[in-house]
Design a binder for this molecule. Structure first.
Ligand code: ATP
Ligand code: ZN
Length: 683
């Protein structure tokens, strides 16, 4: 019997790897079921050892080598290793969580009902994907052609920023470029920021490549898939069966071994950043992956992130520009509607309502955008000033109207919900009022104002059921809707055909956020949402209600001048020493009281002093004073954070590598919950 010694990673916090003895043939990159304490776990073999690293008596046996999929390749493991190093998590905490659920649960393989394991079960499911009719490609305009040519002719790694105004036909550029690499027998990985954008793109991709890619050689990968579907897509990727994979951020970890082109659409979008567990940026990992594989990468956006814009200016990325809309001659006309002197009707300035009315009369669609779901952001008592508050979090509860169950107060942070009190809990006043408005209230008001209009609200609440977002967007696309009310879900990516008017209600709420990225985010969001108007016909109009019409964000928006805006912001960031000119990491501690969290952060900050000496000016790593989070308490837990910063990414990385093991020791001693985030998006 052939016995080998293997090093295995498991999903265990902050521990690198575990050694086992194995009596079966086994390779690096294979999954194995191993005993761990009294449990069984699935792990991945990352090394075959020539000899046991310690007393063989102490080494336990691998129970089963899972061979229903080929081993994860060396280049895939390299990606995981990079993510582990860069984001400061153990390799197991990277590898296991990115595998589909069934592939990392021993129970999926054990027992009578496992029926050959999850991959075999997923394979047996019938999925009839009919081959669509071949769509003939659109004739590209000159700038699109130029972009496609540059991308297709890349020799090895090259990063492109495809900066195209909204509606400029970036998707066509992706598809034409992709064709070149498909014809060479390579695979395409294409990322989109939102699950809801995959159906539209999947249909386009299937039709466009119907003659060279079989239906089952295209897969989508996102968190909205059922377990079996996700396993199937992953397995097909790992078996080398896929030619095109479309997905949300999680798809960046797909085990594709012969990629030819990676595309990140709407690269600026914050949803490429995972906000829990391994806090990675799929956009940044895409850059690494393309570089490692020696292939081109396209980052597309009308409003690129300042990080990407900076790289394009410095020449690290090549900028490709689409200055014109593809189907119309003009971008929509953007106007600011000054709300300071106006008498608002349920939050609407009268001329905005008029504009909606006239679009209705012309049979065109309108969209009302406000980034606030629910009925009203808070309930209050006019008599004593009481406001509805979550008992577990330091936030207001939001008033919701739930079909069938009336009104409810909900916490958007911890899920707490309660009935609406009939009298004020503080003073007994019987007249509690909703304050402000969310999408539900706007929908209700519009229905009263325009009784004949077909109104649809699209937000996280109206699309909770699987498949419902798809259905609702279909209704909009087919023209069965006159007025669309929605949150950021409706703002990005969609190519609406009949949408003439976009009205933006509460943009100002984002103007004065303490986060230094707030203006960047607001500008991007407004330009994106504005870009939904007038895509297929001239005459698109955007009305933005604001009490601060002179604010730079709005003024620059009027000219649709992203470069001017970005250049100004970059200059400001450089002056104040903020990203992309510095690099940051954030440690967040969570405790019963904020004092405990702050004390922990103070202690680890003091400890850092010993690593910080002896480096040149540019290598300096700074640690700021720990501060409580803006939303201090969530679900009874109070939070504080410590920001670490350096002008040098390598210096920051070196520092973290030395410092974090000590942080861990102190954290364990104090039983402190904390996590680290490299390149945080919000601070
Ligand atoms: N060369 C072309 N000729 C005619 N129509 C085109 C051409 N290229 C693209 N289109 C069409 O233009 C519309 C907008 O394209 P697309 O949705 O790709 O824009 P986009 O650049 O991704 O915009 P956004 O950033 O706003 O999402 C689509 O309906 C597309 O079919
Ligand atoms: Zn709460």
């Amino acid at each position: 019997m052939q016995v080998s010694w293997v090093r295995v990673v498991l999903d265990i916090p902050r521990q690198e790897a575990f050694d086992y003895r194995c009596e079966h043939p086994v390779q690096k990159g294979q999954r194995v079921i191993v005993p761990f304490g009294s449990r069984q776990l699935i792990g991945v073999v990352i090394e075959l050892l020539p000899a046991p690293a310690f007393d063989p008596e102490q080494i336990r046996d691998v129970e089963q080598v899972l061979d229903d999929l080929p081993a994860l390749s060396a280049s895939w493991l390299a990606l995981a290793q990079f993510a582990s190093r860069y984001y400061q998590r153990s390799l197991g905490e990277v590898i296991l969580p990115v595998l589909p659920n069934g592939l990392r649960k021993p129970t999926a393989y054990l027992g009578k009902r496992s029926a050959g394991g999850p991959v075999a079960r997923a394979d047996r499911k019938k999925r009839g994907t009919v081959a669509p009719a071949l769509a003939s490609p659109i004739v590209l305009n000159a700038q699109q052609q130029h972009a496609v040519q540059k991308i297709s002719q890349s020799d090895g790694y090259a990063a492109y920023l495809l900066h195209g105004v909204t509606g400029s036909g970036k998707t066509e550029v992706y598809l034409h470029a992709a064709l070149t690499f498909l014809q060479r027998g390579q695979q395409i990985l294409m990322l989109v920021p939102e699950i809801n954008l995959t159906p539209q793109l999947e249909t386009a991709v299937r039709a466009r490549f119907a003659d060279i890619v079989a239906p089952d050689e295209i897969a989508v990968f996102h968190s909205g898939l059922a377990d079996g579907e996700r396993i199937k897509a992953w397995a097909d990727a790992q078996r080398g069966k896929l030619k095109v994979l479309l997905g949300t951020r999680m798809a960046i970890f797909a085990p594709l071994d012969n990629p030819g082109l990676i595309i990140v659409d709407e690269e600026h979008d914050a949803s490429y950043k995972q906000q829990e567990g391994l806090r990675y940026s799929a956009r940044d990992l895409a850059v690494w992956r393309a570089h490692h594989a020696g292939i081109p990468l396209v980052l597309g956006s009308a409003t690129p992130s300042l990080e990407t814009w900076h790289h394009a200016l410095s020449g690290r990325y090549t900028r490709l520009t689409l200055e014109q809309r593809a189907r119309t001659r003009f971008l929509p006309d953007i106007r600011l509607v000054d709300t300071r002197k106006a008498k608002l009707n349920q939050g609407f300035e009268p001329s905005v309502l008029e504009a909606i009315r006239s679009r209705l009369e012309r049979g065109e669609q309108s969209m009302v955008f406000l980034n606030r779901r629910g009925y009203a952001p808070v309930m209050h008592c006019a008599a004593c000033g009481w406001v509805s508050q979550c008992p577990r979090c330091s936030v207001h509860t939001v008033l919701h109207r739930t079909p069938g169950s009336g009104y409810q107060l909900q916490c958007h942070h911890c899920g707490f919900h309660s009935r609406v009190p009939s009298i004020c809990p503080d003073c007994g006043n019987q007249d509690l009022q909703p304050l402000g408005r969310g999408t539900q209230r706007v929908e209700e008001f519009l229905q009263e104002a325009f009784p004949a209009a077909r109104i649809q609200r699209i937000d996280a609440d109206s699309t909770r059921l699987k498949g419902s977002a798809l259905r609702l967007f279909d209704e909009v696309h087919t023209g069965n809707i006159d007025i669309l009310v929605g949150t950021q879900m409706v703002a990005k990516g969609h190519d609406f055909k009949r949408l003439g008017l976009v009205a933006v209600l509460n943009a100002d709420s984002m103007l004065f956020s303490a986060d230094f990225r707030a203006p960047e985010r607001l500008f991007a969001q407004l330009l994106q949402v504005a870009g939904r108007a007038g895509r297929h016909a001239e005459g698109g109009q955007v009305l933005i209600q604001t009490g601060y019409p002179d604010h730079t964000v709005y003024q620059t928006l009027l000219n649709n001048d992203f470069p001017a805006f970005a250049d100004d912001l970059l200059a400001e960031r450089q002056d104040t020493g903020l990203p992309p000119f510095t690099f940051q990491a954030l440690i967040t501690a969570e405790a019963k009281s904020v004092q405990l969290a702050l004390a922990f952060l103070d202690e680890i900050r003091a400890l850092a002093a010993s690593f910080l000496s002896g480096e040149g000016e540019s290598e300096v790593v700074r640690l700021y004073d720990p501060v409580p989070l803006r939303i201090l308490r969530v679900a009874h837990v109070e939070r504080a954070q410590l920001l670490v910063e350096s002008a040098s990414r390598p210096a920051l990385q070196r520092f973290l590598q030395q410092w974090l093991p000590q942080v861990q020791t102190i954290g364990q001693k104090q039983r402190m919950r904390y996590f680290i985030e490299v390149d945080p998006l919000e601070i």
